[in-house]
Design a protein around this ligand. Structure first.
Ligand SMILES: Nc1ncnc2c1ncn2[C@@H]1O[C@H](COP(=O)(O)OP(=O)(O)OP(=O)(O)O)[C@@H](O)[C@H]1O
Ligand SMILES: [Mg+2]
Length: 313
């Protein structure tokens, strides 16, 4: 069975990590071999002391069927250099005389880590090691940039190379045994297209987590538009941290927040209810509650309230 990818998207702080781990716990408990993949390199997730997760470095085992892979900045850079360093050196050195410092220089360029993450997700998926990969993406702005980079970066690079070759006639240099930059750039571009194709295919399920608040709703709009523009379908909206005012009768602040949230949920339903599956996850009330406990409770609510969305996975 080909691996299924589940991408969890959403604004910062809405509960992407909580929901991703809750889904991972539920599905791995059903016996599916699962990888939880966290790619927010600027804010790596910690599973330290959670459940019985064991392992050093970025790869962690959490029970029989669940592994977790948490990518930090250094790790991504190291993997990128290993995979693309030599190719970049070949391309760069066919334009101008450089030494291999160029590899580290390019590896540190903005966008490169994001670029690599997309490729890495694709490669993990292609290896078919897992039944499911739950991909906890970085906060909305960052992950949307990932999608754009895939196309623009390579297209730009390809065009620049063609112009350069025409003007400088530097094919000669390339014939001196170095790689053909156009061919390499083309192969990178094909990889980029493969990643987008995967995201738009039936092997991918995209879920968006949001809070019942105006800002989160407008970010959701943006994510939907961006995913839509790449032909990436969304399987469901998970409205998280919903406060039930009935939990605290007579508490004015809670009642006010609850009423405001109700308004926002209505807006979400009017806007997307006819075309998208939606479900509600309550705010887990106790301020003392540890993340692990919140995740287990969210997992329970997902199974009860979001059954349809989970089934469609
Ligand atoms: N349903 C919930 N009830 C109560 N607290 C929650 C709930 N969902 C998430 N939280 C808490 O909200 C905080 C943010 O959640 P989380 O880290 O999952 O969000 P995120 O979207 O992954 O954030 P980031 O964008 O920073 O990665 C955490 O402290 C988490 O424990
Ligand atoms: Mg997170």
């Amino acid at each position: 069975m080909p691996t299924k990818l589940i991408g969890i998207w959403g604004k910062g702080g809405v509960g992407k990590t909580t929901v991703s781990l809750a889904i991972s716990r539920s599905l791995s408990a059903q016996g599916l071999k699962l990888l939880y993949l966290a790619t927010d390199v600027a804010h790596p997730v910690s599973l330290q002391g959670m459940w019985n997760c064991k392992g050093e470095g970025e790869k962690i085992e959490c029970g029989e069927n669940m592994e977790a892979l948490i990518l930090g900045e250094e790790e991504v850079k190291r993997m990128w250099v290993k995979r693309f360093g030599k190719e970049v050196y070949e391309v760069a050195s066919s334009f101008f005389p450089v030494e291999d410092w160029i590899i580290d220089y390019v590896a540190g360029a903005p966008g490169i880590a994001d670029e690599f993450i997309m490729y890495y997700v694709w490669e993990l998926w292609k290896n078919e090691t897992y039944d499911i990969i739950v991909w906890d993406t970085a906060a909305a702005g960052e992950s949307i940039r990932l999608l754009r980079l895939e196309k623009e970066f390579y297209e730009h690079l390809g065009e620049a190379t063609r112009v350069y070759l025409r003007v400088k006639g530097s094919l000669e240099k390339i014939r001196r045994g170095r790689g053909d930059p156009l061919e390499l750039i083309n192969s990178w571009r094909n990889l980029a297209n493969d990643v987008l194709k995967l995201l738009a295919s039936d092997s991918n399920r995209s879920l968006i987590v949001l809070e019942p608040g105006a800002f989160s709703i407008s970010v959701t709009d943006k994510i939907l538009r961006e995913l839509g523009s790449h032909g990436i379908p969304v399987s469901g909206l998970l409205i998280n941290k919903v406060i039930a005012s009935s939990r605290c009768p007579g508490c004015v602040e809670i009642e006010n927040i609850g009423a405001e949230q109700k308004e926002q949920i209505k807006i979400a339903e009017e806007r997307w209810g006819s075309e998208l599956e939606m479900c509600i996850i309550p705010f887990i009330a106790n301020a003392e509650t540890k993340p692990e406990k919140i995740i287990d409770e969210v997992s329970h609510h997902l199974e009860v309230n979001c059954e349809k969305i989970l089934k469609s996975i």
